[in-house]
Write a protein that binds this ligand. Sequence first.
Ligand code: ARG
Length: 458
Amino acid sequence: MALWGGRFTQAADQRFKQFNDSLRFDYRLAEQDIIGSVAWSKALVTVNVLTAEEQQQLEAALNTLLDEVRTDPVRILQSDAEDIHSWVESQLIEKVGALGKKLHTGRSRNDQVATDLKLWCKMQVEALLSATRQLQQALVATAEANQDAVMPGYTHLQRAQPVTFAHWCLAYVEMLARDESRLQDTLKRLDVSPLGCGALAGTAYAIDREQLAGWLGFASATRNSLDSVSDRDHVLELLSDAAIGMVHLSRFAEDLIFFNTGEAGFVELSDKVTSGSSLMPQKKNPDALELIRGKCGRVQGALTGMMMTLKGLPLAYNKDMQEDKEGLFDALDTWLDCLHMSVLVLEGIQVKRPRCQEAAEQGYANATELADYLVAKGVPFREAHHIVGEAVVEAIKQGVALEALALADLQKFSSVISDDVYPMLALQSCLQQRSAKGGVSPRQVALAIDAAKQRLDN
Ligand code: ARG
């Protein structure tokens, strides 16, 4: 039976009921709804709606229900209750009879759903924070094992300057560290309890909402009842966090997909995260990474969808807001899955050093070195840039690397060039030179690895 039967003489059209019901997705809030209900029952004792004994009876029944729900969460789906709030209430009434009907005193599903969803978000953020850290740890471990793997760094997808695989890994550690801090910010702002705001105007029972918030593990209680039941900023913020996090993962995936191509051949992905072709026996496709890259789309869609749902909504609660859950659940599940999958990809990755080195040696990635060499000999940088450009054209013409040009050839472009140029053009020297903070020199990379490890150990 619906919660609001008294006012109605006709039953809802079955098609409308299906359209309106949210149980098929909000059943995931069962634990939070029960925990919120236990806290609410305690609050009702403080305003003499329930006796201590009645409250104990309700709490015991709710805890039994919690156990049942934890053992078999999908059992809920067999019910035709409208939503998780009506389901919990009806189960409670089934367990304790008429006493269960007292629980909803002074409470509305509007403050209830806002509370449940915030509790769920807090739990989910913990899982996301932990997965974000796991991926950072996997990246740092991969960096540590590949400090000497030189490979080309790119701009415009053109070989630009040599880097190391370790330095590449650490770039993603930085992105994930920002994702982590965004989640922590979100957590701080959402940590306020809407419970006790009633339908919109506040509850008519003199409940200590700060105490109630504390019982539920919130830092404090919200300040305005109208805002409390209609605020979904935390949903928007979490979806933004997810949208940005997924953009990062899609770039990570795309880099690795490219590194894994036959053309680049810098890495080989493990059989555990690749699949074959039904037709072409030679193929080993980077499906895990392609799915990570692809799933970025639906997460952006969830953010845009929710922005549009909330746009122009009048205060306070409107049924539109029931649309907050499916997108949020899907986006956060997807983000979490992709973080886990990225760890799995890294665990089995093999960096093919000779091929990386070979690619770094081609493509004139040391041209900047030659310009810097000329600058050290007193040539202004703009002029040096031009000279090196000409030397590169000559090297291309001869089909060799810069360091393979004869000294006499190099001297045609600038008389200041002498024998000491060759050690400068070696890959190791290119790396070594970039020793300012954040650069690719082996020493800086080792320092960065240590710093990241320390941060992640805390
Ligand atoms: N299922 C609803 C939701 O998810 C719960 C709140 C319903 N409140 C109401 N007054 N109909 O938003």
